[in-house]
Design a protein around this ligand. Structure first.
Ligand code: HSE
Length: 334
């Protein structure tokens, strides 16, 4: 199986580490390796039709700051030359236009390639268009890692909870905000907590996307489309971020045995992100960088999931599960 990686930041490099670590797993399960036939970062690219060791790509990026030796201006010209079966699109999220991710995903699907992405911009803006394009070209478009990183939610709802009627999902979908709010619970000022979250590598390149609720809103739009079959974009989500949360509000909540958490809510009629008062001890009162979701299903009842919503290896683990799903399906078709 030949994979081309678009985006070679934290997640692209984490994926290479995971592919190297699971090389024997792929050989045992499919009798064939997963070969990385190229990669691009925001400026450079490398093509290796016979495959390049994933850890060599990581070493190149760490050594020189570039994954490739050649520069490009048009990513589709690179994809035109590349040889691959699956495109992994992990370039940075652009919630305004969909950015390079939208261009790359559209190009690959138009050329009959399966796509795995964790890029929230294209999915939060053009979900229905991309799913239709994938269907038209008989391709797979999988995106487990786009919502809550390693915490399984999309594939869980599509596969394990297939027969359920899911009436709502409420959750914490942004680790940066949850970290800040948990630190504020302990009396730390907002700005200091944000700085710490950035140092931990959790915050988006532009942390405004986290604290204003835009990152959570992307995830809410993706869940609404993929699980509730709605046809919405990021712009349909009613968003309030956490910048207006004062120390006094946090103290007032604490005096009532509550905490303030940034909650995303999705149902047939609801599409919201905003700070909510949550009783201490409730599943949505978790602290730190964790993500969590409360899925309300008609037969199973409430299901709570919690996990790491970001991180190099954690997000790569979600990509790995999508890769295995695609490879299983191809094997079963043979
Ligand atoms: N900035 C995001 C967060 C990363 O803090 O949860 C994962 O989407």
């Amino acid at each position: 199986m030949r994979v081309f990686i678009c985006g070679f930041g934290t997640v692209g490099q984490g994926l290479c580490e995971v592919l190297a670590d699971r090389a024997q797993f792929f050989l045992d399960r499919y009798g064939e390796p997963v070969i990385v036939t190229g990669a691009m970062d925001s400026r450079t690219f490398i093509l290796a039709p016979q495959g390049i060791a994933p850890l060599d790509l990581v070493a190149r990026k760490k050594g020189s700051g570039r994954v490739g030796d050649e520069s490009y201006t048009d990513s589709t010209a690179v994809l035109e030359q590349a040889e691959y079966d699956i495109l992994v699109e992990v370039s940075p999220t652009d919630v305004k236009t969909g950015g390079a991710g939208l261009v790359n995903i559209t190009y690959a699907l138009n050329h009959g390639k399966d796509v795995i992405t964790v890029n929230k911009g294209p999915l939060a803006l053009k979900f229905c268009e991309l799913i239709s394009l994938a269907r038209k070209n008989k391709c797979k478009l999988r995106f487990e890692g786009s919502v809550a990183g390693a915490m399984p939610i999309i594939n869980l709802c599509h596969e394990n909870l297939k027969g359920e009627r899911i009436s709502s999902i409420r959750g914490i979908f942004n680790g940066t905000c949850n970290f800040i709010l948990s630190k504020m619970d302990k009396g730390q000022p907002f700005e200091q907590a944000l700085k710490e979250a950035q140092q931990m590598g959790y915050a988006e390149t532009d942390p405004t996307n986290d604290i204003e609720g835009y990152d959570s809103a992307c995830k809410v739009a993706i869940l609404a489309n993929s699980i509730f079959g709605r046809n919405v974009t990021f712009n349909d989500v009613k968003i309030t971020g956490i910048t207006g949360i004062t120390d006094e509000a946090v103290a007032m909540a604490a005096s009532r045995n509550m905490v303030i958490r940034l909650i995303g809510e999705i149902s047939e009629t609801r599409l919201e992100v905003g700070p909510r008062l949550v009783p201490k001890g409730h599943p949505l009162s978790i602290s730190g960088t964790l993500n969590t979701a409360l899925i309300q299903a008609d037969l199973a009842g409430p299901i709570t999931i919690t996990g790491r919503g970001a991180g190099r290896i954690e997000t790569a683990s979600a990509i790995l599960s999508d890769l295995i799903a695609i490879m299983d399906e191809r094997r079963n078709r043979r």
